[in-house]
Design a protein around this ligand. Structure first.
Ligand code: SAH
Ligand code: SF4
Ligand code: F3S
Length: 481
């Protein structure tokens, strides 16, 4: 009898990738995935600590399992990922029926740890060292991940994959917990990354997204030789079968000319750049210890516009950070107007224990003000996104078809033609009608309508097959030859 496994994932792309690895490894140990936690023998949560809300979601899900565990003490409950690393024993205190906690650097041990619990060895915990708990080398090693395991069935789609090129973060923005949960910044060796990219292409993968907390800060030193993200892009670009290459998340200070030039020169590279600004006020940026000014960011934007005209840039913002005044917030509003981001992720500041801001800066913007600023900024960004999408009406874009749209999934539609969803080269979401046969294809779609977040179009028939193209709009003519 296979062991039945339920795994729920919250957090960033790193966690999505980690969950893929954990499931691949557990499958090798005879586990089978199920959708219903109450049907599972082992229930795992891969967790995020970046905001309190993300943690509350998991604690509340754990709370709901209390009864189940009382009735079925043989079921195993585990907390993996960033929250395990941050809260450690506190998880056992808040939910005493949890059997194992596993940090992001120890996920390869998950199968063994579950086995130990099952054999009656009691609660298990495998965590990385804290940032002051050992030699630099031992701390680094304790955060290493186990990336080479690959199971194409576990990815959201078999033709798209994440590939981690960098572990951890050393920027220490004052609000952020990631340098604690993911440890020191480490670039993975280029040979490993390339081998993995080749493997992914062999498995039929058309799009690879390189992952790092500050992916463009990637550096790997081997003696005299230093490999940068631009170097990696040139190498990965040569791999046959791959059609699209993306990378997230970028750090504004490290958006070098060399990198922009690589993106310009390599047709498989997406001209979509996610470069979080966080705030449009120099005082706030300084308190966040982001390491750049509004003027620096403007300069970077100009550099992007010069090298990559038509590139889509997106951002993250935190509103209501310690000491943020109306004037500071107005600076953020101005920058959103000026930069015309493709989209922005906007968050209310959430104090994270263990960070510099939690120790030294009061959380003094009232919740009500945070909420108002959040709504105001979202409304402005949505208006900009919609205006920019309107400009694409009548144009033809190239779409990598991902599968049925959310609407089609919700309505349970499974006819010969249903609404499909996909993304353009610049990461714009497009929905259109088509058959499931088209999933995984690169297709031209003419944009007929739009909302702030979605383009709505029709497949252009009679096209000549995919052609590499770095920008979104293909040509004024609907049919490419
Ligand atoms: N490494 C990425 C982001 C990682 S976290 C980068 O540096 O850009 C993703 C986003 O969460 C951040 O960009 C930030 O906007 C937000 N965030 C991080 N810590 C937060 C906190 N304490 N409160 C609210 N939002 C936070
Ligand atoms: Fe957090 Fe800053 Fe590192 Fe991003 S760069 S992960 S916000 S510390
Ligand atoms: Fe969350 Fe950890 Fe990612 S804190 S945002 S899952 S690195």
């Amino acid at each position: 009898m296979p062991q039945l496994l339920y795994l729920e994932t919250v957090g960033c792309q790193m966690n999505v990738l980690d969950s893929e690895m954990v499931v691949a490894s557990l499958r090798r140990h005879g586990y089978e995935l199920v959708e219903d936690p109450s049907a599972a023998d082992t229930i795992l949560f891969n967790t995020c600590s970046v905001r309190q809300h993300a943690e509350e979601k998991v604690y509340s899900a754990l709370g709901k399992l209390r009864r189940l565990k009382q009735k079925h003490p043989e079921k195993i409950i585990g907390v993996l990922g960033c929250m395990a690393q941050k809260d450690q024993q506190l998880i056992f205190e808040r939910a005493p029926y949890v059997d194992l906690i596993v940090g992001p650097g120890q996920l390869s041990q998950t199968a063994d740890l579950i086995e130990r619990v099952r054999q009656g060895d009691g609660r298990q915990a495998a965590l990385s060292l804290g940032r002051r708990d050992g030699s630099t080398e031992s701390i680094r090693r304790s955060h290493e991940t186990f990336d080479p395991l690959r199971d194409p069935e576990m990815r959201p789609t078999p033709f798209q994959a994440y590939l981690r090129i960098q572990i951890g973060c050393d920027k220490f923005c004052t609000y952020c917990v990631v340098p604690m949960t993911r440890g020191p910044e480490q670039g993975r060796p280029p040979e490993e990354i390339l081998a993995e990219a080749r493997l992914l292409a062999d498995q039929g993968c058309k799009e690879i997204t390189l992952l790092g907390q500050t992916v463009n800060s990637y550096r790997y030193r081997d003696g005299e030789r230093t490999t940068t993200l631009a170097d990696l892009l040139y190498k990965i670009h040569d791999i046959d079968g791959l059609m699209r290459l993306k990378f997230v998340t970028n750090y504004p200070k490290d958006m070098s000319r060399e990198l922009l030039q690589a993106v310009r020169d390599l047709p498989k590279c997406s001209t979509y750049l996610h470069v979080p600004l966080q705030s449009g006020s120099n005082q706030v940026l300084q308190r966040m210890k982001r390491g750049y000014t509004v003027e620096d960011y403007r300069e970077m934007m100009q550099r992007i516009r010069d090298w990559l005209p038509g590139a889509a840039v997106s951002s993250d913002f935190i509103v209501g950070f310690s000491g943020e005044t109306d004037e500071d917030f107005e600076g953020t509003v101005q920058m959103v107007r000026e930069c015309r981001f493709k989209n922005s992720f906007i968050f209310k500041y959430s104090v994270r224990s263990g960070t510099k801001a939690a120790e030294r800066l009061p959380d003094d913007v009232p919740e009500e003000v945070k909420r108002r600023r959040n709504h105001q900024l979202l409304a402005l960004q949505d208006a900009i996104s919609e205006e920019d999408n309107q400009r694409m009406l009548g144009q033809t874009v190239e779409v990598l078809v991902e599968g049925p749209s959310k609407a089609a999934e919700k309505s349970g539609a499974d006819g010969p033609i249903l609404q499909l969803t996909g993304r353009t080269m610049c990461d714009r979401i497009v929905v259109f009608d088509g058959s499931l046969r088209l999933v995984g294809e690169l297709l031209p779609v003419r944009v007929a309508d739009c909302t702030a977040h979605t383009l709505i179009g029709q497949v252009v028939t009679g096209h000549a097959g995919p052609e590499l193209h770095a920008l979104d709009v293909l040509a004024s003519s609907p049919v490419r030859v």
